[in-house]
Design a protein. Structure first.
Length: 151
């Protein structure tokens, strides 16, 4: 099997969890997300913030920060599902707490409450000194049967 983003782009079949654990989805590869720790219900990702991701004010663009946290939460929630299940995000909330220009960012996603239908996931994004940069929260809907097909 190809071990690159082309695995996602060129495949007619859904990509399995084993592949997601080995290579990031295209957006993760583009932004440089690296898995640090993965266990059921908890995933930690890191990325290097740099000027190439800056907004017009010169700080890290909020969408990139949000993407990092969303990915950590998505991996965390997906890690609790069966192979036949998938999910979609119903709500995403982010609180930006301090600006970032460059450096290593760590996103720690955790499932707070998993349920049969709806789950709550949270994520803290910290800088290299461990200072809280952003806090995110997501509500996820578990999909089954035909709703999960092709996802």
């Amino acid at each position: 099997m190809r071990r690159s983003v082309e695995t996602y782009v060129e495949s007619d079949e859904p990509v399995g969890r084993e592949t997601v654990a080995e290579i990031p989805p295209p957006i993760g590869a583009l932004l440089g997300f690296e898995p640090v720790a993965m266990e059921p219900g908890s995933v930690t990702l890191e990325m290097e913030a740099s000027p190439r991701f800056a907004n017009p004010m010169g700080t890290l663009h909020g969408g990139v920060l949000c993407d990092l946290g969303d990915a950590a939460m998505g991996y965390s929630y997906a890690s609790t599902l069966s192979e036949e299940e998938s999910f979609t995000t119903l709500e995403l909330d982010v609180k930006f707490l301090k600006p970032v220009w460059k450096g290593t960012l760590r996103a720690e996603g955790n499932v707070v409450k998993g349920g049969r239908t709806v789950g709550l996931v949270e994520c803290d994004v910290t800088d290299a000194e461990g200072s809280l940069v952003a806090r995110l929260e997501s509500v996820c809907l578990t999909l089954r049967d035909e709703m999960a097909a092709g996802r």
